[in-house]
Design a protein around this ligand. Structure first.
Ligand code: MLT
Length: 409
């Protein structure tokens, strides 16, 4: 019989969002009369239509593929030059990031998981707690951890607590770690990191020969001019950080799928014998072997995000979702709940009413308010006692959620 990868058996039964989906499906089956008025603020999935500029670019690209003279087959594995250049010129203007540093993919979820292919065994890996579950589960799958405990914490990972006391930005660890996952603006807490906080992390990474895996999927939602949008705004980051970006949340690409990793030439890892190896060279090799590039129409659509019309439409989408976040923040604050996030990120992170655990609150919201939220403990032990409300929704639905919250509490 074929041997399986036993590491998969260490995983908790279900990935958080499918698990929530299963519970919601069971609830709607038992309460069919409520299904049509259920409001989903669980998974951070966009709801508004793709920008017109994106639609037009994708239509045009499909027409090109439909004509022999303009047809294209396999594209470059790392992404088309037109998109890599548009990203470098627009998303990293003035930061000395070149098109050649950018690797286009079918989304950040895949990228943050797949990046582990190029790192060896024996690294000490740090994740925040709470955390986007993909970082943890992919480390479990590849064998970088031992077993999980009853809180879902895996032996072998260093957990960096993100609490209200540290504004959900972890303290620099005393021990030496080799790889650190940071996500700002943060999923799930909605917190943002200041320049000084990120500088401290970059300084730590440089001192310890560590690599920061910086997930900036939510950078478009930053409202505060002082909050860095990219890790490369921080001195020294080009020597120690990779940045993950996505078109999912700004351009509405959760269903279209497109993201990218930035890997400067100056980030290195080492072999077992201490030889320095370029991370970019390894990722490029990995990409050409395992990936044939994101599809041409999708890359044309992503390019259009950076057109004048695209930028204006993305700005309007961000304004819409951040308007939702402000309403949710206000409603929860008025109820006397402790509210975090939602100012530079589309997630509002709320302390549960006294006496309720995260899953209690999830059940209460589902069964009594007909609203899906995400239980904080699903993101890690330190998320217990919190719940996350996603601001990705229509304005009408968010207004209704605010009403239902007020009626419920
Ligand atoms: C979330 O709800 O945390 C995100 O939508 C998940 C994701 O982007 O994969």
């Amino acid at each position: 019989m074929a041997r399986i990868n036993d590491n998969f058996l260490k995983l908790k039964a279900g990935y958080l969002f499918p698990e929530i989906g299963r519970r919601v499906a069971a609830y709607t089956e038992a309460n069919a009369d409520k299904a049509s008025t259920l409001i989903r603020c669980g998974i951070g999935d966009v709801t508004e239509a793709l920008p017109k500029a994106v639609q037009e670019a994708m239509h045009k690209a499909v027409d090109e593929l439909g004509c022999r003279d303009t047809f294209r087959g396999y594209g470059p594995e790392q992404g088309y030059g037109f998109l890599r250049e548009a990203i470098a010129d627009n998303a990293f203007a003035g930061l000395d990031i070149s098109a050649d540093d950018i690797f286009v993919s079918d989304g950040s979820k895949c990228d943050t998981g797949n990046i582990l292919d190029i790192f060896g065994k024996g690294n000490t890996i740090a994740v925040t707690d709470p955390v986007y579950p993909v970082y943890v589960d992919t480390n479990v799958m590849i064998g970088n951890t031992g077993e999980g405990d009853e809180n879902g914490r895996y032996e072998g990972l260093v957990y960096l607590a993100c609490t209200a006391e540290n504004d959900f930005v972890p303290a620099i660890p005393k021990e030496k770690v080799d790889i650190i996952y940071l996500c700002y603006p943060n999923n799930p807490t909605g917190a943002s990191a200041t320049r000084e906080q990120l500088q401290a992390w970059v300084d730590y990474a440089l001192k310890n020969d560590a690599i920061i895996l910086y997930d900036a999927a939510y950078e478009a939602f930053i409202q505060d001019a002082d909050v860095p949008k990219s890790i490369y705004e921080i001195e020294g980051a080009k020597e120690c950080a990779l940045e993950f970006r996505s078109f999912s949340k700004n351009g509405g690409f959760t269903g279209v799928r497109c993201g990218y990793i930035v890997i400067p030439d100056s980030v290195f890892g080492s072999t077992a014998t201490g030889e320095k190896i370029s991370i970019k060279q390894l990722w490029s090799r990995r990409t050409s072997t395992k990936f044939n590039g994101a599809s041409y129409p999708v890359q044309r659509g992503a390019e259009a995000v950076f057109s004048d019309a695209g930028k204006a439409e993305v700005a309007a989408l961000v304004e819409h979702y951040m308007g939702n976040a402000a309403l949710l923040r206000t409603a929860c604050t008025e109820l006397g709940l402790k509210v975090f996030g939602g100012e530079n990120a589309p997630y509002v992170w709320v302390a549960c009413p006294a006496g309720l655990s995260s899953w209690d609150m999830f059940d209460k919201m589902l069964s009594e308010a007909n609203v899906v939220i995400t239980p904080g403990s699903g993101f890690g032990a330190a998320g217990e006692g919190y719940f996350r409300i996603s601001a990705f929704n229509s304005r009408a639905n968010v207004e209704e959620v605010c009403k239902r919250l007020k009626a419920l509490l």
